[in-house]
Design a binder for this molecule. Structure first.
Ligand code: ATP
Ligand code: MG
Length: 409
């Protein structure tokens, strides 16, 4: 455990109900059920993490996590619909249909959920990894993620200065950022993610620690890094997120060829950002519709600047070579690789009219992604998209024909 936790700390700042904007009507009713049930069984029960942060910002939380003084077995005792996961540090999943309310006992170690799952095979941790609300606040990554909402009196409990940082709109590491990023380098990517998603600045010391420590990211587990890379896309802030990844050096560690291509095509004014910002518009649209953009499309757009370097001629197999650097650097799944290669090669077909055998491409299962990919590239380059409308019309016509055939059956 890092020395910081051993120091005696003062009391937390408590914001009473009138002093903050969290209303129970914005909290998921099932999360409220978990909080109330634990509380009436005599345990401390807080809403924790990103849910509290997002509610305070007036945003809709993605999920609601609960922190409690109840041990995993005690949580299981309170809920019939509860399953314990992880062997090393047990997490309780309270299930309501498809929905899961993650309920974790207060901890004192600095391990993150990702690490716990990663090390699950190593067997259970000692009991002394359980902690108090105070230690649980300090083991979290950023101050804005370390706030607790107490169901007992509806107050917000702040051990780490998160409320002030929410007001100032900054992402600040809890404790010494150099130590925290060495402990878990994925936190550097999380700083980039929250900064771009929330439009917060990364606080000066936290940012300079990322710039010093970025190469530690190569010590992190590849599946976690890959997952975090794709988490930079939702919410439509990927242009800003990857710009920060590039400026801090993180992109240079993970995808050196892409980082180089960005530098060679103008750095801050590289067309890479334009491709990503057009993708961001689509990400937001899809999110409003309740859907998501595929990782294949995201990977293809991210790497497009490498296909289009000035002076480069389209080469055979160029897309495969480019996507290979994503396989090597961040271990993307093979399925993402194959889709991305197909999308990067699709302009050969979609830049011509949908005639004769070429038109059969509309039956390909990645056709709609290909249409989106070509639109993104043309729009970013300010080029004419009318040929894509012909492909879209043909696809729509096929849909109508299929409907007719269905009706006749
Ligand atoms: P999102 O809206 O993306 O879910 P989140 O803040 O809820 O954002 P999660 O990854 O769901 O992020 O994690 C929940 C909470 O767990 C975080 O708010 C933070 O307090 C803590 N946490 C997650 N990962 C780490 C980590 N690597 N190190 C320390 N604390 C972490
Ligand atoms: Mg979350």
């Amino acid at each position: 455990m890092f020395g910081l936790l051993k120091k005696k700390r003062s009391k937390p700042v408590v914001y009473t109900r009138p002093e903050h904007c969290i209303s129970r009507k914005n909290i998921d009713p099932d999360a409220l059920k978990v909080l109330y049930r634990l509380s009436s069984a005599g345990y401390t029960a807080y809403l924790v993490g990103g849910g509290v942060r997002d509610l305070l910002l007036g945003r809709k939380p993605k999920d609601f996590d609960v922190g409690t003084s109840a041990r995993p077995n005690e949580v299981k005792h309170v809920f019939r619909n509860c399953f314990l996961i992880g062997r090393r540090f047990r997490l309780a999943h309270v299930r309501f249909g498809d929905k899961i309310i993650e309920t974790a006992t207060f901890r004192q170690n600095s391990q993150s959920v990702g690490e716990i799952i990663e090390h699950a095979a190593e067997g259970p941790l000692e009991d002394n990894t359980f902690g108090t609300p105070e230690t649980d606040a300090y083991r979290r990554d950023f101050t804005v993620n370390g706030l607790f909402y107490d169901i007992k009196d509806f107050s917000v409990i702040d051990w780490v200065g998160g409320m002030k940082d929410l007001e100032k709109r900054v992402i600040r590491a809890i404790g010494d950022p150099d130590i925290r990023f060495q402990e878990d380098p994925v936190r550097m990517m999380r700083a980039v993610k929250f900064s771009s998603r929330l439009d917060f600045k990364i606080e000066r010391k936290t940012l300079s620690a990322i710039k010093r420590r970025h190469s530690c990211i190569l010590n992190a587990s590849p599946p976690r890094v890959c997952e975090e890379v794709f988490r930079l896309f939702p919410y439509g802030c990927s242009a800003e997120a990857f710009r920060l990844m590039w400026e801090t050096g993180l992109l240079g560690d993970l995808l050196p060829d892409l980082s180089k291509a960005i530098a060679e095509t103008g750095g801050r004014s590289s067309p890479a950002w334009k491709y990503l910002s057009v993708l961001d518009t689509l990400e937001r649209l899809r999110q409003d519709e309740g859907g998501e953009v595929s990782n294949g499309l995201r990977a293809a757009v991210l790497m497009t600047v490498m296909l289009k370097r000035p002076g480069d001629r389209p080469r055979d197999g160029a897309s495969r070579k480019i996507m290979q650097t994503m396989l090597d650097g961040i271990k993307i799944p093979k399925s993402v690789y194959f889709t991305a290669v197909l999308l990067m090669e699709s302009p050969v077909r979609l830049s011509r009219r949908p005639e004769r055998s070429r038109a059969r491409f509309i039956h390909n299962r990645d056709f709609l992604d290909a249409l989106d990919y070509n639109r993104i590239v043309l729009r970013a380059e300010g080029a004419d998209e009318s040929i894509l409308n012909e492909w879209a019309d043909l696809y729509e016509l096929k849909g109508k024909k299929d409907e007719l055939v269905q009706d006749r059956r």
